[in-house]
Write a protein that binds this ligand. Structure first.
Ligand SMILES: Nc1nc2c(ncn2[C@@H]2O[C@H](COP(=O)(O)O[C@H]3[C@@H](O)[C@H](n4cnc5c(=O)[nH]c(N)nc54)O[C@@H]3COP(=O)(O)O)[C@@H](O)[C@H]2O)c(=O)[nH]1
Length: 845
């Protein structure tokens, strides 16, 4: 309050001016009095002598005149003194009042000063209210002060802070304020009308009637309530009370209104600070929230400006990149990419800033140099006046792996990892087109593993899989880079040899060299289950390059050639020629016919006698024949191999088994045949069926076959596939009276060790030795050895393919006890066989 001393000085000046005016007036009055008195003294006696001549009277009149003058002047003096003292007293009162006003003003200014300090210093609204009410009482000289707030739709204030004496009646004051003639109470005025309510004497204020008694007790004699405002609306009430009436003059009220305005300002500041705080808190929380969201995202998030300065990124960005926060802050987005991908990213970023958005797949390069495939998106956004790019990157390793896997599954064989048929066909088509364009010959090699089915069926699929895997590796080792090795399916592989030569002979030569190499590789022993498996393959070759040909046709030709290789004894290579195709088609037709034959029961059994050294028929071998309605009688050699390949040998074999058992049962009814044994051929595939034993036992049981009458002819290779399993099955069937003959003996490994393990009853010397034994001594030695060995092992021996008396005699001389061959009888239908038995004198048991 810089103007306060001026005010005080002005007041004193005013008093001094008044005093000086009074002094000059006293001089004037005294002068007038002296002049009048002198004139009176000088002229009154002369005037009196004019009218009075008597000296005694003149003396008395002079005394009277003197007394009158004294009385008159005394009265005049009295009057003047009274006026002067009145003026002095009034001046004094005025001065005193001014002094009080100044003191009140000083107090109020002091209070205002403290209040303003409180506004600056208060931490919150309550503290402000507390300090304001305390300042008004402590510094403003009020007896009591309180501050209340007014909420929405609140008609009376709610006291929040108070100070001074008499605070106990605040609630009375609030609740019991009366209404004026218009029904308005103080709070209506303050809260609704927003004007101050002043009561300068509680004793006479009708609205204070109800709490007057209490107010008097508390010495609250006058008061005023002022509105506090927030955003232009009344939000509270400031009430101050004085212990004297007529306390609130204009000046006090104006200062108190200033207090109310300052407090309102304080409240506004709090509101704004609060709003700012809340806005900042919200912004901070929003920032924390969005950062938390960004950090919790699985991908990487980035936000950078057009100059490539990173403005924001998520934690994952640092984790994935391996760069710290500070390092990322100083990096350019392109630094996270390899040189060969930078251009791609540059273009994508440019697209974002040009078109608004873009996406790209690239490898995100970490600090340690590792690269991870990511799918990046970007959107342009304006931020703080800059054009920026906001985007996310998603790790697509899994997706790429899945795509690779899908491609692998779609185009590659899961077992061997080789291209599958589909991919091979694509590549072949492409190679055919290239070859045709470049006038270069290529070759397609169709490779089928020999005897794979048997291996798979006998050793199990795991072993089969191992063989296929090894085959794939070997094939890959046989070709040049650029050639294709594919798995066509099952045990079939295809090799595409590209650009062999522009000369057809040279191309054939090169293809043959490659094919032979493959055959050799396929013939190398395969280590399977700790043993060496000796496999082989049949290879069909078809050239391309001289004219347009479809991949499909080329495959068909190579396949045809492969079948020709198979039929030519396997482990060989064949080039395609059209005649092969005709054979193959005939073969396919036969397979169809064979299935029909099975359904329509077109098979029958022929019987070939087996005799002792005196020519007595001791048994027979049942040999299947196919009575084809169109082609006539078809020998087994023409359809059994096909039936084996097509899997039809199992139902055919079962049919033979049951037919043989039925025949044995029928023979029991005749003395000629009741003691005969009947030998039945069993193929490897049939024998290795899980239910083979049960099938045989069922056939025996169904026909109630005599023990020892059924003989099963097994081959060496069949048993060697899985000796343990074979022994187990043979023992199970041996217990049921089934006998076993080792067919084609001598052509296989003929290992003595397994011979001793097997529950064999008979060795059947292969007819190839018998046919040549008289011509080549080595065969005679073999036959002799087999007979000697069988005798030593106490196993029966039978020689088959005996066609001449010489052969019969020779064998007999070697000690062979049993014989089979055209010399004794060819395989014939049952009726013929039985008829021959009855007419033959040697046909005896
Ligand atoms: N799994 C089955 N295989 C069978 C069945 N029936 C026959 N076969 C096999 O078919 C092959 C050819 O049989 P097939 O044409 O009947 O020939 C047999 C005889 O006719 C023939 N043989 C007998 N003696 C002579 C002879 O003195 N000279 C000569 N050139 N051939 C003769 O040998 C065949 C019998 O051989 P094997 O079975 O080894 O005793 C043949 O391999 C049969 O195994 C069948 O039902 N299931």
């Amino acid at each position: 309050m810089p103007w306060l001393p001026d005010l005080v000085t002005a007041l004193f000046k005013r008093q001094r001016r008044k005093a000086s005016r009074l002094q000059s007036r006293a001089w004037r009055i005294a002068g007038v009095y002296a002049a009048i008195s002198i004139l009176w003294i000088v002229f009154s006696d002369q005037i009196l002598t004019l009218f009075v001549s008597d000296q005694a009277l003149l003396l008395r009149l002079s005394v009277y005149k003197g007394v009158g003058f004294v009385i008159f002047t005394s009265l005049l003096l009295l009057l003047m003194m009274r006026r002067t003292y009145g003026a002095i007293e009034a001046g004094y009162d005025n001065l005193k009042q001014h002094k009080q006003e100044i003191e009140r003003g000083n107090r109020l200014y002091s209070a205002l000063s403290h209040i303003n300090q409180s506004i600056v210093a208060a931490a919150d609204r309550q503290q402000l209210f507390d300090k304001v009410s305390q300042s008004l009482v402590n510094y403003g000289g009020f007896r009591m002060a309180w501050i209340g707030t007014v909420g929405e739709a609140q008609s009376v204030p709610e006291p929040l802070a108070w100070s001074g004496d008499g605070t106990s009646c605040i609630n009375d004051i609030i609740q019991h304020s009366g209404h004026d003639a218009r029904g308005i109470n103080p709070w209506d005025k303050v809260i609704n009308d927003g004007v101050s309510y002043v009561c300068n004497d509680v004793l006479f204020d009708p609205l204070s009637k109800l709490w007057r008694h209490e107010a008097i007790k508390q010495d609250l004699q006058s008061f005023t309530s002022l509105p506090l405002r927030l955003e232009g609306k009344v939000c509270g009430v400031l009430s101050v009370y004085a212990n004297e009436p007529e306390f609130f003059c204009k000046r006090e009220l104006s200062l108190l209104e200033e207090v109310a305005i300052d407090v309102s300002f304080g409240l506004e500041s709090f509101r704004m600070a609060n709003e700012r705080y809340e806005a900042e808190t919200t912004a901070r929380q929003e920032s924390q929230f969005s950062q938390a969201m960004l950090d919790s995202m699985p991908g990487i998030v980035y936000f950078y400006n057009e100059a490539g300065h990173f403005l924001r990124w998520n934690k994952n960005f640092e984790t994935v990149s391996g760069y710290s926060h500070d390092e990322v802050a100083g990096m350019h987005p392109l630094q996270f990419f390899d040189d060969d991908e930078k251009r791609l990213l540059e273009l994508a970023i440019a697209r974002v800033f040009r078109d608004g958005e873009a996406a790209v797949e690239a490898s995100f390069m970490a600090k340690n140099g590792s690269k991870v495939p990511y799918f990046f998106t970007g959107r342009s956004v304006r931020y703080k006046g800059q054009l920026c790019l906001a985007g996310v990157g998603i790790n697509i390793s899994d997706r790429i792996a899945a795509e690779d896997r899908i491609e692998q599954l779609a185009f590659y064989d899961p077992l061997t990892g080789l291209p599958n048929r589909r991919l091979m066909q694509d590549r072949l088509q492409h190679s055919i087109a290239t070859g045709s364009r470049q006038r270069k010959y290529g070759a397609l090699l169709f490779i089928d593993l020999d005897n794979f089915k048997t291996l798979n069926d006998t050793k199990g699929h795991n072993i089969g899989d191992n063989l296929l895997t090894m085959t794939a590796q070997r094939l890959n080792g046989c070709v040049r880079e650029g050639d294709t090795v594919a798995r066509f399916g099952g045990d079939e592989f295809v090799v595409i040899l590209e650009s062999l030569s522009d000369n057809v002979e040279q191309a054939v030569n090169n293809a043959e060299i490659a094919g032979e190499k493959i055959l050799r590789a396929m013939s190398e022993p395969y280590p399977l289950q700790g043993e060496d498996y000796h496999g082989s393959a049949s290879v069909g070759v078809s050239l391309y390059g001289d004219r347009d040909i479809s991949a499909h046709e080329l495959i068909r030709r190579a396949d045809t050639a492969m079948y020709q290789a198979k039929r030519s004894g396997r482990n060989t290579l064949y080039f395609y020629d059209p005649a092969m195709q005709a054979v193959l088609e005939a073969r396919l037709q036969m397979e169809t016919d064979l299935r029909l034959a099975l359904e329509e029961k077109q098979f029958c059994l022929y019987y070939q006698p087996q005799v002792d050294n005196e020519g007595n028929v001791v048994g027979a071998e049942a040999l299947i024949r196919w009575m084809c309605p169109t082609k006539g009688l078809i020998p087994p050699g023409d359809f059994i191999p096909l039936a084996e390949e097509a899997g039809l040998i199992v139902p055919i074999g079962n049919w033979v088994l049951n037919a043989a058992c039925r025949k044995l049962k029928a023979w029991e009814n005749s003395a000629l045949t009741s003691r005969l044994q009947l030998a039945v051929n069993v193929s490897a595939r049939q024998f290795h069926q899980d239910d083979f034993v049960r099938q045989v036992l069922d056939a025996i049981a169904t026909n109630n076959v005599r023990r020892g009458s059924l003989k099963l002819e097994l081959t060496e290779s069949l048993i060697l596939d899985n000796v343990d399993s074979a022994v187990e099955k043979m023992n199970a069937l041996g217990d049921a009276g089934v006998r076993f003959s080792m067919d084609d003996f001598g052509t296989g490994y003929s290992s003595l060790s397994y011979l001793t393990q097997l529950p064999l009853h008979q060795l059947k010397i292969d007819q190839s030795f018998v046919h040549k034994m008289l011509d080549r001594s080595v065969n005679a030695v073999i036959v002799q050895t087999i007979i000697g060995m069988a005798n030593n092992l106490e196993i029966e021996v039978i020689a088959e393919g005996v066609e001449t008396m010489e052969q019969f005699r020779f064998l007999k001389d070697l000690g062979c006890p049993l014989f089979q061959g055209y010399h004794f009888g060819k395989p014939v239908p049952e009726k013929e066989f039985e008829k021959a038995l009855s007419s033959s004198p040697r046909a005896t048991s």
